[in-house]
Structure formats: structure tokens, C-alpha cells
Write a protein that binds this ligand. Sequence first.
Ligand code: TRP
Length: 358
Amino acid sequence: MTRVFSGVKPTGHLTLGNYLGAMRQWAAVDQHRAESLFCIVDLHALTVDHDPARVRRLSRQAATLLLASGLDPELCTVFVQSHVDEHARLSYVLECVATDGEMRRMIQYKEKAARERARGGSVRLSLLTYPVLMAADILAYGADEVPVGDDQAQHVELTRDLAVRFNQRYGYTFTVPRATVPNVGARVMNLQEPLSKMGKSDDSGPGIVYLLDEPDVVRRKVMRAVTDSGRDVVYDREDRPGLANLLEILASCTGGNPSELSGVYESYGALKKDTAEAVVEVLRPVQERHKELCADPGYVEGVLRDGAERARAMARPTVDAAYRAIGLLPAASDTAASDTAAGDTGVVGSGVVLNAAR
Ligand code: TRP
């Protein structure tokens, strides 16, 4: 069965963009057709200036919202990255396969590091090595598909390179994954700056609809969305990006088609009003379920505990195999049954065969 892995970084409140572009599809499609893992990647939230209490709060909230959007722990595995040691274990090994030059070429690193330096701050080393940890997230589970926005495509490409390189050098260990881009509403743009993505980490309010925004807040943000000069409602991403964004959001919420919808409206006002209501309706069940789940924190905790246990059991054999393949001596407890006999044949307790000739 196809295996799917994706991650949500708890660096900001989840947005309508996260929901329409990713979470909704995970719940409606992926968890039913594939063996899916959805991970709150809290270690990644430590790569930039952070507030410990906030990361903890956002991690719990992200888990609750993933469940509120319909991820079903009977169908998929929802867990927190730091609960499963295998990610950090594998990340180090992959650092021994990746190169310094490769890391410094990552676009996101260059952008974020430049921004940090411009503010007079210092750049954490983990920001540089972040893509290796992301590769470990994916490779530990043998994921075939990684649904991500196109800003993450380069990181998935790196993950593929590392998997292939490791397999060539040390013997076949990792499934080589590929990025998949969600089909509809994949890219919701900021309502105030329709040329940039509605990202959660910007955390500067008016152009971003958060999943937990009250209906009136949603209405206000949509009604104040920047539109383009001009009066007629046409769907043109190049020349009318603000309007196109609204049409795409409306289409994504109602299951319609943006260019057909553009023919229905004669004024910006009417389009905004319907878009606002459509967003409110899409968020309503998620918010209701979120409220119920918040009233039962023990349930969410239990889901995360079971999820981590399942994830650990999946990742452990692959990460152990990578340790052995790269030349790390298995600990005695792993080989207790076979140590003397297997010592120099390269056969270890779990039945994994090492290539002793290398
Ligand atoms: N880097 C991703 C982001 O910023 C989050 C992430 C971490 C991720 N590990 C992952 C996504 C593994 C997919 C698979 O959005």
C-alpha cells in the first residue's frame, strides 16, 4: 500500500491556506487510500527564535485541529515528532551523507538566514540542517508520497538525493519518495498581499484567515481583501491576483470553478460577501469539532500517545538498518542471540544482512 507522510510545523496558528491546500485533502482522500502519517514537526519549530510555551501550545492546538478537520486515528497515524526518537537518530546519519554545499544552496535557508541577519540576529545551526531532519522524517517511514506546497519541493528533492546516495553507498535501505502537490485550492494567497502565500508563520493578521477565527472576524478579513483596480469580475491570475484569489477560495469552498464563478458576479462586493459566507461555512464544522475536542484533552493526548507508539514501531527497523548499513556497531542487546556466530559474517540478530565486504 502507498505510504504518505506529511508534516505541520507548529510555528503559527493554522490558516485557511493550510486547510484548503492540505489538511482537507488528507482527511477526505489520503487517509482512505494510503497508509498515512501526519506529524506535528515540533523539532522544526526550534530552528528560529521561539518561545517554549508557545511551541508547546501550538503543537497541542495543531494536533487538535488535525483531528477536528477529520483525520481519523483509526485510519491514519497522527503524532508529534519529538515523541519519536527515530527522527533525530536518523537525521544525524543523514548529515553524514549530505554535504555542506548542498545545505547552503537551499532557497528557504538562504531567505530565512538573510532575513535573520538583516534583523541583526544570529542564525541557528539547526536552520541550516533543517532539510536533513525533514529528510529523516520522510525516509524513516519509507514514505512513497509527500504532499507539500511547492515551497517544500526543493526539500523533497534533497530527500530523494540523500536516499539514492545512501542506497548506492551503503546498500538499499530507503524508499525514494516523491512530492505530490494537492490539486485544488493548493495555494491560498494572503488577502492583503495576493502575491504571497497565506502563510501561518507571518502572524500579521489582516490578510490571513485562521482556522479558529470567529465568523465575524472571517467576514471582516474577506470584505477588506485587496482587490485590483477595475470593476468587472474576471478570473485572471496574472493581472488580477487579488480577485483571482477570492474566486479560487470561493471555488475551493463550494466545489465550483473559478472562471465559471467569475461570470456569476457583477460586483466585487457581492463576490466578497459570498466568499466570506462560504469560508464561514467551511470552517464551522471544524471549529465545532475543535471545541468538543478541547473539552476532552485526554482524548487528544491518547491519540498522540498511540500515534507515537505506532510511528516508533514503523520507523525503528528502518533506522536500525541504516545504522548498521553505515557501519555503526549494533549494541549488545540487539544482537544477544547471535553475537559470537554472527560477529564477522555480518549477520545480526534481527536477520538484517550487512554487506561485510564493504
Ligand atoms: N518543512 C515543512 C514546512 O515547513 C514541514 C515538514 C517537516 C514536513 N518535515 C516534513 C513536510 C516532512 C512534509 C514531510 O512546511
